[in-house]
Write a protein that binds this ligand. Structure first.
Ligand code: NAD
Length: 507
């Protein structure tokens, strides 16, 4: 394999996992070895941040914040613009690294970097629009308004499956808001973090920025815990499993910090009698097998009207037969590997679970040997009852559940019956059905789509979900407000001091 992209991104055999932006801090003792799920090769090692190094990073970040919050927001936007330009320059290389370290298809690796570029563009515009409101005061000759100030250090803890985009959703918005960022990437994709930080270091040096604005720490959940317990970090933005989110939420709440949680999904498409079958097939197929079923928005359940059930099942089974599985850097393949052997185990156990509860495999699953690593599996389809135990859970793998419904109320009830609430979709050409789905009594998810699948969100909208997905919103719309503190100001330009609510207080 041609690994020029690794050199282009400044990666070496041994990399500094701790960095405040200009130079790394190397720890010679403990490392994370990053092995590619594509071919099992060791791509490189990343040093694990020690508690002492963590302290130094937080001190540097605290110092940098004192400066960064005073830089005018449009100037901060200019730095983010330059970061976006640098990403454009390295889009090919970074996309290849994402694909090689995480295992998603090259198209999706490039797509992830494009999403970073898009959020940079969005943040640049936002840097001139961080505006509050003005209100009418009830007191004469008074003015009242609200404004948004930078918050401080934003801690970002991210998952393996979007190893670069999720950081940028947080970091680019936080940076224009005047915050500084400390990022702990997933221990399963640490080199992606180092590569993003290397690109930052060049932009920081070109602009003579102080150290500590964008920071990197590395390690497993124990480094994450240092962050969640740390009173000096007012906001923790954490992306990952619901199990992780529950731990993070409790620790951050115990110190009355803020947390922004983006957790697991269990996303469904409702397929109605009037659905356009071409849209159904493309939406369901990409949603279920894209990223080998390892997107938080992956389609896990199809809730199909009984009149279309056999048709959808048979056409999908045929389409699954045409999927090409293999090296994700080879563009003719649709599906790459799972992230590691532990994930393969979890997938195999889920298939056992489906069979044990009486589910029927429409397309059989299983491990595929001889493809370069032990992480390749077959995307599979199972018919289950709507109340299936297995279909209540998020198994982070390409398993698609099919279930039948009779009327739309029942379909919406099935769709909402799972603990998670991230993404949902309806396939219909009937206006009444789509509006019912989008009404307050329809989908209970943070994302509800009509005639597109559940996966693949645009950065312009606020992204996130309800219930066990954690309630956070990131990226577009007004999600930036979470990264700032709101201040209400009342100014008296009269010569009197009237009290609110007409209270009189005279001596
Ligand atoms: P994970 O929960 O195993 O790990 C995520 C991150 O949390 C890692 O960096 C890990 O080191 C850290 N972590 C784990 N326990 C922690 C703790 N107690 N305190 C602090 N940090 C801790 O998740 P994963 O396997 O990397 O990712 C897959 C999961 O992420 C899926 O459930 C998926 O749905 C979810 N996800 C959600 C979104 C979203 O936007 N809703 C996006 C991507 C992934």
């Amino acid at each position: 394999m041609n690994t020029d992209f690794i050199q282009e991104l400044g990666l070496e055999a041994d990399n500094d996992g701790t960095s405040t932006g200009r130079q790394g801090h190397h720890n010679t003792e403990a490392h994370i070895s990053s092995h590619s799920p594509v071919d099992g090769a060791q791509i490189g090692r990343v040093s694990i941040t020690t508690p002492e190094q963590y302290e130094a990073v937080i001190n540097q970040a605290t110092e940098a914040f004192r400066h960064w919050r005073t830089v005018p927001a449009p100037r901060r936007g200019e730095i983010v613009r330059q970061y976006g330009e640098a990403l454009r320059e390295h889009k090919d290389a970074l996309g290849r690294l994402v694909s090689y370290e995480m295992g998603k298809s090259l198209q999706e690796g490039w797509g992830e970097v494009q999403e970073m570029i898009d959020i940079c563009d969005f943040a640049v515009g936002l840097s001139r629009q961080l505006h509050g409101l003005t209100m009418h005061s009830e007191r004469p000759l008074h003015r009242m308004y609200e404004q948004y100030h930078p918050l401080g250090i934003v801690g970002v803890i991210s998952a393996f499956n979007f190893p670069v985009a999720v950081w940028s959703w947080n970091a680019m918005i936080a940076l224009v808001c005047g915050d500084v960022v400390v990022w702990k990437p997933s221990e399963k994709a640490p080199l992606c973090g180092v590569a993003c930080q290397n690109i930052w270091a060049k932009v920081a040096a070109d602009n003579d920025l102080p150290e500590g604005i964008s920071n990197l720490v590395n390690g497993d959940y124990t480094i994450g815990e240092l962050m969640t317990q740390d009173k000096r970090i007012p906001l923790i933005s954490a992306t990952g499993s619901t199990r992780m989110g529950k731990a993070v939420a409790q620790t951050v709440a115990a110190r009355l910090g803020k947390s922004l949680l983006e957790l697991g999904g269990n996303n469904a498409i409702i397929i109605t009698p009037s659905a356009d079958m071409d849209l159904v097939l493309t939406g369901a197929l990409f949603g279920a097998v894209g990223t080998c079923g390892q997107r938080c928005t992956s389609t896990r359940r199809l809730i199909i009207h009984e009149s279309r059930y056999e048709e959808v099942r048979d056409k999908l089974a045929k389409a699954y037969g045409q999927l090409k599985i293999g090296d994700p850097l080879d563009e003719k393949n649709h599906v790459g590997p799972l992230i590691d052997e532990q994930s393969v185990e979890t997938y195999l156990q889920a298939i056992e679970g489906i069979k044990n509860e009486g589910g029927k495999m429409v397309v059989e699953g299983g491990r595929i040997d001889g493809l370069g690593s032990n992480c390749y599996v077959k995307p599979c389809i199972a018919e289950v009852e709507p109340d299936s135990e297995m279909a209540q859970q998020e198994t982070f793998a390409p398993i698609l559940y099919l279930m039948k419904y009779r009327d739309l109320d029942e379909a919406i009830e099935i769709q909402n019956s799972v603990p998670q609430g991230l993404s949902s979709a309806i396939m219909t050409t009937n206006l009444r059905e789509s509006e019912r789905f989008l009404s307050p009594t329809g989908s209970d998810c943070g994302i509800a789509n009509v005639n597109i699948g559940t996966s693949g969100a645009e950065i312009g909208g606020a992204f996130g979900g309800e219930k066990e997905t954690g309630g956070g919103r990131e990226s577009g719309s007004d999600a930036w407000k979470v990264y700032m503190r709101r201040q209400t100001n009342t100014i008296n330009y009269s010569t009197e001091l009237p009290l609110a609510q007409g209270i009189s207080f005279n001596l």
